[in-house]
Design a protein. Structure first.
Length: 256
């Protein structure tokens, strides 16, 4: 008889693990659809097990909700670990951000419950610490690669998650919504502004003003008499009106 009891024990443990997994999966779906008002009896019905099975694993609704939250956080942490060694660290970081946002808004009821209770249990608190560590690893790798702003911190990213989840809740689609993507885009490293002048071009110094000497000639071109400036009007070119007339006749003289 002891041998029979011993052989049944592994099967009982396997059944218990299977039933627990069924209850958690059913609770995830029920909470996503009905929120915190979902009863344990409804969870049992969806899981295909008796109410007693649910109560054996989760004596209170609070314990069930915390287990659902811990499972969801650990799943996201696992995603982060799988992306940690991706060759494109920037793409991995933003893929993780998108997964967090698109999955979190479907579990808002659980998020609200745990947040209102202040992350009260070690189970959830430890899951959160593991998640933050995975997020920090992805962020640091993306920053080393130059894909993400160097001044960004894990608390910054978590704050952006909160806003993006609220934005995503307005979208009927499961994919990341465009407004949420625009918020995430603010975390990217921006290339430096391009100068107006192409790099390498040498700007030659040029003085395009013509050099002109507008001072009057010192002597009359007709009689060579010195010309004295009058101080007003245009500078004189000839010493007298007679020389100006002579110059005019010479310019217009008709050749013989």
């Amino acid at each position: 008889m002891p041998a029979l009891t011993s052989s049944l024990a592994p099967k009982a443990r396997a059944d218990a693990r299977r039933n627990r997994a069924l209850v958690l999966a059913a609770a995830q779906r029920a909470l996503a659809e009905g929120g915190l008002a979902v009863s344990l009896a409804e969870v049992a019905r969806r899981a295909g097990v008796g109410a007693g099975t649910v109560y054996r694993h989760f004596p209170t609704k609070t314990e069930l909700l915390e287990a659902v939250m811990q499972q969801r956080i650990d799943r996201l942490t696992g995603v982060g670990h799988r992306l940690r060694d991706a060759p494109d660290a920037g793409a991995a970081f933003f893929a993780f951000c998108a997964e967090v946002i698109t999955s979190s808004h479907r579990n808002q009821a659980v998020c609200d419950m745990v947040n209102n209770d202040g992350w009260p249990r070690e189970l959830v608190r430890d899951a959160g610490a593991r998640f933050h560590a995975a997020l920090g690893d992805l962020l640091a790798a993306a920053q080393r690669q130059g894909s993400v702003r160097a001044d960004l911190t894990v608390p910054d990213v978590l704050a952006l998650f909160t806003g993006c989840v609220a934005i995503q809740r307005l979208s009927p689609e499961r994919e990341l919504s465009r407004p949420a993507a625009l918020v995430l885009d603010a975390m990217r490293t921006r290339p430096p502004a391009r100068p107006v002048t192409k790099r390498g071009n040498v700007i030659a110094a040029r003085d395009e003003t013509a050099i002109r000497d507008e001072t009057s000639a010192p002597h009359c071109p007709i009689c060579a008499t010195p010309i004295h400036p009058t101080g007003t009007g245009r500078p004189a070119r000839y010493c007298s009106a007679a020389c100006r007339q002579k110059a005019h006749r010479r310019r217009h003289a008709i050749p013989a």
